[in-house]
Design a binder for this molecule. Sequence first.
Ligand code: ADP
Ligand code: MG
Length: 275
Amino acid sequence: NTDVELTGRTRVITVSNQKGGVGKTTTTVNLAAALADAGATVLVIDLDPQGNASTALGVPHTADTPSIYDVLIDEFPLADVIQTSPESPRLLCAPSTIHLAGAEIELVSQVAREHRLKTALDDYFDKGEGHLDFVIIDCPPSLGLLTINAFTAAGELLIPIQCEYYALEGLSQLLNTVRMIQKHLNPNLHLSTIMLTMYDGRTRLAQQVADEVREHFPREVLDSVIPRSVRVSEAPSFGQTVIAYDGQSAGAIAYREAAVELIRRDASGGEQEES
Ligand code: ADP
Ligand code: MG
């Protein structure tokens, strides 16, 4: 339905920002659904104990559901916990359950604690479990071991930035952590994408924040901006992404544009700029 070409490579993208409520989960699920809509096969890994991404994708994640917790702690094969979202056969999810809340502490005493997710993904591909064009990881709002597992497994970092007060606050801490990860755990990780979200065109502030972020990160910021929209915020309560909930809404259109941009921008073209 769109004239985009997939590369055949798997791009592993972690959606991170240690601040809560900036749109990580919303970005993850709607971008994933939009990518699937554009023809990509997408796996969402829900690394947040709250399980909001699993909910939005309409995937069961009660305590007895095999989940990413079992993968990280008990070395379940990733393929054994993956579910398909009712929205699309190309939209997959490794859900989170409430057990993941304890994983942050349980991981501390585990062997190769930073590499657990990376190893699980490598095993998945080694066993030929199926091609994935994108793996998108929804991180919890902290820079703990779950997020570090995401950084170690990913090639790309996508930072959602809320077009509101304090948008850039905490960003230098996040980028310092990324540099540390690059040095010690994963030299391949780079900041490929910044996505401006919750944009309210009626306010001067939103425009100012957007300009400021573009000035700092001219290559990383996507042209598509996600508007603040009630349709976006109410979709999860129906267990849906906005793509399925209201595909003609401004939010859905913006996410579809962002997905096309993400596909067109080759990951290797977005090397990190020292900032
Ligand atoms: P995070 O995962 O970073 O904690 P969320 O994705 O859960 O953030 O978003 C925080 C809140 O903002 C949620 O209530 C969500 O519905 C709302 N929200 C996110 N993006 C938008 C948007 N574009 N328009 C309106 N509300 C949004
Ligand atoms: Mg979240």
